[in-house]
Each structure stands twice: as C-alpha cells, then as structure tokens.
Design a binder for this molecule. Structure first.
Ligand code: KPL
Length: 290
C-alpha cells in the first residue's frame, strides 16, 4: 500500500519512519516549501519521495493519506485536501477537538488515536514512550474496518486496535491530554515528573468536568477516577517524553490548549455548565503565552 504523510511533527515523522522500516512505500506531501519539508525527514537517515497536492489529486493507486497535524492546522488542510483522488483514504491524527467537527470532517475519514510519546530532538525523532493506538471511522457506522490498512499500520507501530466507537476513545485521549499537557508546561517537566507533583486533586477536578461534558454532549459515561488513572498511567509509560505542548512552547509554536481545555470550557459554557478548573488552567497557560 502507498502512504502519504502530511505533517512532519513528532508523530508524523515517527509514522513515516516506522512504515518505511516495514518496507512500505512512503511519500511526504509537500505543500509550502517542498525542498525544506523533504530535507527534514531525509535527515533521519532515510530517504523519502515527495508528492504534491496536484499529484495526489491524480493518484491512481490505493493510498492512505495520514494527516498528523495540529488541531489548529486541520481546517485549512482539509480545504487543501478537498480534491483528493477517490483512491485516497484520509486518516487524521491530532490532539483535542474542534467545535465544528460535525460540519468539517467527512464521515469516511479515519481517526488514529494514540498514546505513543514522541518528540523531535533537532533532526531526530525520539520515540520516548511506548503507548497504544486505536483506529476507527469518524462516523461509527460508516463501514467495515479497512483490513489491509489496519494490518499494515499495526505492524509498523503496534499495538493497534480497531474501535468501531472511536469517538469514545477520542474523549479518553482528550482527557489524557487535558490532564497531562498543560502541567508539563507549567512545571517545565517531562511527563513522568508529573507523578511526583501534588496535582492529582487538580487533575481529578479537570476529569470531573470532562466527564460531565461527555455525558451531556455525547451521552458518554466516563468515570473521572478512571480518566485520572489513565492519565497517570500514560504519564508513567511516557515518563521520558516531552509532551507535545511543552515541545510547542519550547519551539515557540502555538499550543493546542484552545482545542483541549479550551474546548472543554467553550462546549461546557454552551450547555450552561461551568468548567472552572479547565478555565483556570487555560488562563494560566495563556498568561505563559501558550
Ligand atoms: O499525546 C501526548 C502528547 O504529548 O501530546 C502524550 C500521550 C501525553 C504523550 O506525551
């Protein structure tokens, strides 16, 4: 199968490398500065071919397009990808949620949700925490699992599990990111160091607000204690990882806080709920310029 990677952040790069190591045919989509984008991954000691949007629109081979991007890049990217060839299957991976996903996302796109920890260290990609991943159609009843894709992606970066109800998994991941990422910025620390800080009560408050919102908005039952336990387990498994939010701050990039705790605050407000713990944390991060 052909794979096209959009986004050369830590996870996009990790996937490109892992797929290539499995003998898959991997290309990098170049959008703005083609030469620079291709160079970045070439420096990982692996050579990748590049492909342009125009070529992708004419693609005649079955191809999976993996967009591993920041939530704030998604809307513009989907616009650019609107003319994808019918042979292309779109797979999305991003932290957090957008307020307008119902209008924005096609029913037949796939979500890849992961707790693998990776960060870029100069030219290198560090796979600093073994996690797990889930794959599912954006619209739960869209169809049967795409078996070949599932097998090949799972072989490249295991373990990978098919989830017919991927939205539930996305809420778990939202909670994990809301509980871990902002604190790694506030304390300027790696994920594992959070376990030594007296923040579990604050994390539980965040989890409780997320749980109330998930019930009201999606009729999903998520136990706050379970969300907290999952976040702590991920922090332990990815102890040496620098969270994506801390990496963003250190690199002077915008963070995804508005799509994590900010999403929880806005959606809660729409339903007449208060999410004051998430609000406070969001404000603290904004005061840090994040
Ligand atoms: O998703 C992550 C991130 O950093 O954004 C975790 C799983 C917390 C790994 O660091």
């Amino acid at each position: 199968m052909n794979w096209v990677i959009v986004g050369q952040g830590a996870l996009g790069s990790l996937l490109a490398i892992k797929l290539q190591q499995q003998g898959q045919s991997v290309s990098i989509l170049t959008r703005n500065n083609g030469a620079a984008e291709a160079r970045q991954l070439a420096q990982q000691q692996l050579q990748f071919t590049t492909i342009t949007l125009q070529q992708l629109a004419l693609q005649a081979q079955p191809t999976t397009v993996i967009a591993a991007v920041k939530a704030y890049q998604l809307e513009a990217l989907l616009e650019q990808l609107s003319a994808l060839s019918a042979h292309c299957q779109l797979l999305l991976s991003y932290n957090g949620m957008l307020d307008n996903e119902a209008q924005l996302l096609p029913a037949n796109c796939l979500h890849w949700v992961t707790t693998h920890g990776a960060y870029r260290d100069g030219e290198q990609v560090r796979h600093a925490g073994l996690g797990q991943s889930w794959l599912g159609w954006h619209q739960a009843d869209y169809g049967a699992p795409p078996q070949a894709l599932l097998t090949e992606l799972g072989a490249a970066l295991p373990p990978l599990q098919w989830k017919a109800d991927i939205q539930r998994q996305r809420w778990h991941k939202l909670a994990i990111n809301c509980l871990i990422n902002p604190f790694t910025v506030l304390h300027n620390c790696r994920n594992g160091e959070l376990l030594n800080l007296p923040i579990s009560a604050a994390m539980l408050e965040l989890a409780s607000e997320i749980s109330v919102l998930a019930r009201q908005l999606q009729q999903l039952e998520l136990a706050p204690q379970q969300l907290l336990a999952e976040a702590l387990a991920v922090a332990e498994k990815t102890a040496n990882n620098r969270s994506s939010m801390l990496s963003d701050v250190l690199a002077g990039r915008p963070t995804e806080i508005a799509y994590l705790n900010g999403f929880v605050v806005r959606q809660s407000a729409k339903l007449g709920l208060t999410a004051s713990a998430n609000q406070r944390l969001w404000q603290q991060l904004q005061q840090r310029g994040a």
